[in-house]
Design a protein around this ligand. Structure first.
Ligand code: SF4
Length: 92
């Protein structure tokens, strides 16, 4: 098995990068509630990222972020506008 394989359209939890994912989960726990994305919206964002052509090995190739972390902040949006803050979905 090739250890350097790139997992396209894989979020961190599927890519086997548990060390990074655990660090991100700890950071998400420290986000103040007012700044943190709600569970339903968070799932919606990650579902979109999980089907995105710009996702590789758990990293967004458009912004360099980990979607699991970027999506956890309510104020953040997708760099190519595939998802936005749920309260601003109709803005463009
Ligand atoms: S943040 Fe946007 S561009 Fe990046 S992986 Fe998610 S949907 Fe794709």
């Amino acid at each position: 098995m090739n250890e350097n394989r790139v997992c396209y359209r894989c979020l961190l939890f599927k890519s086997g990068r548990e060390d990074i994912l655990n660090d991100i989960r700890e950071r998400i726990l420290r986000i103040p509630p007012a700044e943190k994305t709600g569970d339903d919206e968070y799932r919606r964002r990650l579902e979109i990222c999980g089907k995105c052509e710009f996702l590789a090995d758990g990293t967004c190739l458009k912004c360099g972020c980990y979607p699991e972390f970027r999506g956890a902040f309510v104020k953040n949006g997708c760099p190519v506008k595939k998802w936005r803050n749920s309260g601003r979905e109709n803005e463009n």
